[in-house]
Design a protein around this ligand. Sequence first.
Ligand SMILES: [Mn+2]
Length: 419
Amino acid sequence: MKPEFYKENRDNFAARLKPGALALFFSGEIQRKSSDDDYPWYASRNFVYLTGIEQHDSVLMVYKYPEQPENGNAYAETLYILPKDFMAERWTGVRLSPEYASERSGIKDLANTDCFMQDLTALITKEHINTIYLDIDHKIGRRTPVMADHMNEMLNAGWPGIEIANSLPILMDMRLIKRPCEIEAMEIAEDVTKDGILAMMKNCRPGMYEYQLKSWFDWALAQRGVLAPGFDSIISAGKNNFTIHYYDYHGIVNDGDIVLNDVGARWDNYVTDVSRGWPANGRFNDHQKRIFEAQRRTSDYMFSILKPGIPMSDVDRIAHEYCFEQMVDLGICRRDEDVAKYMWHGGAHHVGMDVHDRVDAAGKLTAPGMVFCVDIGIYHEEWGEGFRLEDNCLITENGCRNLSAAIPRTIEDIEDIFK
Ligand SMILES: [Mn+2]
């Protein structure tokens, strides 16, 4: 992304702040794993969306001036980054220079993180700040306290008069609609994902382990300079396909099994989320053909009807209803059965900087620039067959586009690869 992208994001964000309010975003801290070993560090997505900067212990401070020009959006912004440290850099690599951080983010005012607390205190005192926005994410069941939470506690204790507001809903709304440069990054990510899935298909042989397939996916991504997938790859075979989020990889791929993957590459911080299932021996049997056809017909139908103006909640419902009709037609299940016995998950989550994108689509209509998965999964325990077909749908002005259409998605195309 160009610096203009991040600058535009900050402009849009600041436009939604109350005059006189301050907003703080933290890139995140390194988490210790054990001894002197740390978990791989991962930057806060909202921080990256606003700055393009991926370096731990960095802070973005946005101060919207109390006095605003007419129709104006005047604000100050400072990016705090770690100072140069000869010894630290000798061990763990070069830190971003202020020049580079400024060039990448478009932020002119750079400062040293050591000065952050002092600057914050001075600003609160001098400018009589009454509201501070923090990026507080209380996603149910997934809450590890981060810097924003500690800052919340500290501000409450030190300045009880200051109102703490949450900037997350603003970011979740902003990130819902993707702009052309974001779509471009996703298109490259789709192409890299295609390489990864094709490498798995081409090297798939009965008798191998799931982790060997995974190594082909990782290898293909690395050939394109993508050193880690966009999220933990789901690669399974046979009965393991009944674990929706399977990360074990130690199963054997048996002759007659369906191999299932649910994977995606990341490019410039945008990810894809694609699922394909194929027979380990290259030939679909009758049960597998029927399930695959029900999925493909449903997916094709969804791509034929999706366009702006459809309630997001309907997307999932229509997919389930249509798929159920196909399953009855193809003799996969009976009409008097419950579709939930075979379809275990919803099929329309948004994708972007996160694989389950942290956006707010609840109660909204589909609109140009939205990207979400069309994910059709059928799990038939009696037949021992479970797989899904998942593509990435971009809503356009008049309809939609399947961003992952080039990854083989018909029985013929998949069987051709094995010939
Ligand atoms: Mn997926």
